[in-house]
Design a protein around this ligand. Structure first.
Ligand SMILES: [Zn+2]
Length: 341
């Protein structure tokens, strides 16, 4: 198991691996480094009576204790007021096709990690997502179900991964059911996973993911910081047939006050400084922007600005699966030294 690093500002492990092997990873088309674009779909609708009902139902005082119950009661009250006053208004989140349009402008494709639907999650946690697969959304001018939107995103050439619940990080049956539920929707095998809230038990989650049949995970990163948490931006074998593609940057960590609290300009600068270091070792810059932040002008514009600047660097934009499949074909750098325990 690769350890967390004190200095998260440099990919020290990759620098050492390059020095010893004399090689750097080769990317398709001779690109200098790879950029893995990802989205965690935590929310699909801002105002929804059905989701409000699920929020109120999911956290009882008896089962979850006073902290969870209190938080949930407070937010249920806030959402009920909001939902009441927004009846019949076009939902602000119903423009997820814009992410596809933005990426298409740069010739890029990404991975959308979707939650498996409320009724397919049995072990509940108060931070769980609230949408179900047959909830209605508006996507690219059409009213469709969440399942329909997932299929349409897949049909257009973007990749779908599982945004597994907190409970699935510790329970194999839960993980298997969630994977199968999403596969039924997409009609294809789901090979990529990221845990919701990056909730991860290092002793159990990798084994559960591998046993459920995933090939690629991209959970190992920060919620409230950015950088090289494990001293590397190279994928590594977490288990046999399970490759970890570490997460380097997520939007919330850049902008939120409990993260770095940066503005648009500062966020772009920070991402590009990490990109410099990834470029030096020819690694993978994995980015996460949550689709619901399409309503936050600075968050959305920073993503466009980052993609624009990366495009000038001649990078390989790719999905989690693209990166993983390609990495497995690279022998030289992968056979380099691995950190001991
Ligand atoms: Zn999430």
């Amino acid at each position: 198991m690769i350890k967390e690093r004190e200095n998260i500002n440099i990919p020290a492990l990759d620098i050492e691996r390059m020095r010893l092997s004399g090689n750097r990873p080769l990317w398709p088309g001779g690109k200098k480094f790879a950029v893995c674009l990802t989205h965690d779909v935590d929310r699909v609708t801002k105002y929804s009576m059905a989701q409000l009902y699920r929020r109120m139902k999911k956290c009882s005082l008896k089962d979850n204790g006073p902290v969870c119950f209190g938080k949930n009661a407070f937010w249920s009250w806030v959402y009920s007021i909001r939902t009441l006053f927004s009846y019949n208004i076009k939902d602000p989140f119903h423009r997820y096709e814009e992410w596809l349009n933005i990426e298409n402008e740069f010739g890029a494709r990404s991975t959308f990690f979707f939650w498996p639907g409320y009724r397919n999650v049995r072990i509940r946690h108060f931070t769980d997502c609230l949408y179900d697969l047959d909830d209605t959304v508006c996507f690219d001018g059409s009213e469709i179900t969440v399942a329909g939107m997932i299929r349409e995103i897949s049909r257009r050439g973007w990749k779908i991964g599982l945004h597994a619940s907190w409970g699935a990080s510790r329970d194999i049956e839960e993980m298997k059911r969630q994977k199968e539920s999403l596969e039924k929707v997409v009609g294809k095998e789901i090979v990529s996973v990221r845990q919701h809230f990056l909730a991860y038990d290092p002793d159990r989650t990798p084994g559960i993911q591998a046993e459920a049949g995933f090939n690629y995970d991209s959970t190992m990163g920060f919620n409230d910081n950015v950088g090289f948490r494990y001293g590397t931006c190279y994928p590594w074998e977490m288990k046999e047939d399970l490759l970890e593609i570490p997460l380097l940057v997520q939007d919330g960590a850049l902008f939120r006050s409990k993260g770095l609290g940066l503005d648009k300009k500062g966020s772009v600068k920070k991402v590009m400084s990490i990109a410099d270091k990834v470029e030096n070792v020819g690694g993978v810059l994995t980015l996460l922007w949550h689709p619901s932040h399409i309503v936050d002008k600075d968050w959305k514009e920073s993503y466009i600005e980052v993609l624009s600047r990366l495009k000038e660097r001649d990078v390989w934009f790719a999905t989690v699966r693209d990166i993983g499949d390609h990495w497995r074909s690279l022998e030289d750098i992968r056979s380099g030294p691995k950190e001991g325990s």
